[in-house]
Design a protein. Sequence first.
Length: 159
Amino acid sequence: MPEDPTALERLNACDEIYLIRCDQDVDEYRLRLLVHEARAEKEAVGVDTGNADVDAIFANAYPITTKAGYDAFTITFDYFHAFLVRDEILCNPEENDDRSGHLRRYSSSWVLDFVGKSMRIHPEDSYQHLAVVCSNQVVDVITPVEPTIEHRLVREDEV
């Protein structure tokens, strides 16, 4: 896994994370993800949609937000073969998904199958499927390298 185990431990300790930005350097095949920790607010917030049934469902809703001082992470893949950003609510779980942590490694997956069939990657080249699982997106990355993870705190100007 990444070279800074403390940053990885901090990332995986977050209850929720949001994908804030996804930057791709097409000339260098570098992918950089910015994710922020998010937490449920302490007070419920009712919603007035005009539909009593929907309002009842959300009557005790606790919004999940990010604030200044929460954890922020930059996850950088210095090289990738392919990546995919998916809406997390529509994702089917992988059969071997252990659901531990926000950075997950898959030894077999439909993404690996797809890449194996659709790309001309040399059979001796090693590559892996890593996924950054956020509350709003899942970013699947096929890469031969381990990502680096940098930790800092969310600034006021970012919220």
